[in-house]
Design a protein around this ligand. Structure first.
Ligand code: 5AD
Ligand code: SF4
Length: 445
């Protein structure tokens, strides 16, 4: 085999982008080996996110650094992929003369072909969104570096058109993958050592609704897919993300506590506690309807961990609306939240709404939310002290001091003293102390 070239990928954004980065590594595994240092690379890929302006800006700061590398090594290729590539397309080539390739999320599958034609020169941009696109199954030549948890995309795109969100414009209309393809990827992941499977999609609960402009054959629905993955031998833990509260139905809720591998955790983004704001966000549920879903989840699975996303400072959010979000946090008592300042995105309806909220108001609101959640989160975590929990050991501790890290079924990160040989195994750990976003535990022999 001729010597493989060196590939460096910088990934921003959500798990869909992590999945796409892994797919690109797989697509190029015959010709490229991944390196950890961009200055060694022959090909640098920046896989971008445009969900908020801050995420988008990361591309521009990083690209400047790689431009300097290319000055020293003119044969270095630079590619921009992902959501900013989709959104900006050729404008990126115009603005950044040192960039060779621009590919939207559907375009990444053409990467091997584009690189093999690279001798012909020319700069390439692929950012057309095909409504009938189907995600190919990309076989992995070798297992990933840390195979314990594997993500499998089950659907992509989104038809919800929340008024703040750019996803429908950069990831396209909702398309579900055929069940056979999903099962093939799940089985492959297990063969490569995965013990936990995470099913991915922008709106997993609408799985099966649409594929290539038509309903999926027999429309199996999300709950039926969970049942099938649950039955795959070797799948010890099953998770999914992300759910839309409106589409989370009784069939899916009833899987908790019934399917052995389905972990007791749900990420259920609420965005706001005010029904008036939810309406302007086009979320299709009220505060009360959201709380009803939470009650149903807790009835089916009393110990379930619930996490969420919150946006503060959405256009027109009054002080009273904001207090409704604060009171919702107290009512639900999430274990963890992700909170963002509203960021106007090009082409989305809310970016044109009157009554944009001033920057200093957004800042004081996000600080208030974080303060409140710090208190609630610590109390939620403290309830686990003294419990013995099953942990899937996922990684060595970051500090390199003899600690390992894993997760409970409820998705709490646990640090405990132990050896590398535990990587990938299920162990029992006694929780000794709750910290802000993690737990400290001791191995139970
Ligand atoms: N501004 C701020 N936050 C946003 N999100 C999505 N779009 C925006 C935006 N324009 C948040 C939502 C979503 C999470 C992935 O990102 O909370 O659930
Ligand atoms: Fe960011 Fe959304 Fe694209 Fe994921 S799908 S990378 S969150 S813009």
């Amino acid at each position: 085999m001729t010597e493989r070239k060196k590939l460096y990928i910088a990934t921003f954004g959500c798990q869909m982008n992590d999945y796409d980065s892994l797919t690109m590594r797989r697509l190029l595994s015959g010709t490229h080996v991944t390196v950890a240092d961009p200055s060694e690379a022959d090909l640098i890929i920046i896989n971008t996110c445009s969900i908020r302006e801050k995420a988008e800006n990361k591309l521009y700061s990083l690209a400047g650094r790689y431009r300097a590398l290319k000055k020293k090594r003119p044969d270095l290729k630079i590619a921009i992929t992902g959501c900013v590539a989709q959104q900006e397309g050729r404008r990126l080539l115009d603005r950044m003369p040192y960039v060779d390739i621009v590919l939207g999320p559907q375009g990444i599958y053409s990467l091997p072909g584009i690189l093999s034609r690279e001798a012909a020169g020319g700069r390439v941009c692929l950012n057309r969104l095909d409504p009938d696109f189907s995600i190919p199954v990309v076989r992995a030549a070798e297992p990933p570096d840390n195979p314990v948890r594997a993500s499998v995309t089950i659907m992509q795109g989104c038809d919800n058109f929340c008024t703040y969100c750019i996803v429908p414009y950069v990831r396209g209309r909702e398309i579900s993958r055929p069940e056979e393809d999903i099962m093939t990827e799940v089985r492959q992941a297990v063969e490569h050592g995965a013990r936990e499977i995470v099913l991915l999609g922008q709106n997993v609960n609408s799985y099966g609704r649409r594929a290539g402009g038509r309903p999926v054959k027999g429309n199996p629905g999300f709950a039926s897919l969970l049942e099938k993955v649950n039955k795959v031998p070797g799948v010890e833990r099953l998770r999914f993300t992300t759910s839309h509260p409106r589409d989370l139905d009784e069939a899916a809720i009833s899987c908790y506590g019934r399917l052995e591998s389905l972990c007791e955790h749900i990420h259920l983004p609420v965005q706001s506690g005010s029904t008036a704001v939810l309406k302007r966000m086009n979320r299709h549920y009220s505060r009360e309807e959201y709380l009803e879903k939470i009650a149903m989840l807790r009835k089916a699975c009393p110990d379930i961990t619930i996490t969420t996303d919150i946006i503060v400072g959405f256009p027109g959010e009054t002080g009273e609306d904001f207090l409704q979000t604060m009171s919702l946090l107290e009512e639900v008592r999430y274990d963890q939240i992700f909170v963002f300042k509203y960021s106007p995105r090009p082409g989305t309806p809310a970016s044109g709404f009157d009554e944009q909220v001033a920057a200093d108001v957004k800042t004081s609101r996000i600080e208030a939310v974080l303060r409140l959640q710090e208190k609630i989160g610590l109390e939620q975590y403290a309830r686990m002290e003294g419990q013995i929990c099953e942990i899937l050991v996922e990684d060595v501790g970051k500090a390199g001091d003899g600690f390992m890290q894993g997760r409970t079924r409820g998705n709490h990160v646990v640090h405990f003293r132990g050896g590398r040989e535990l990587l990938g195994s299920l162990v029992d750990v006694r929780i000794v102390r709750a910290c802000k976003h993690s737990l400290r535990g001791e191995l139970v022999q």
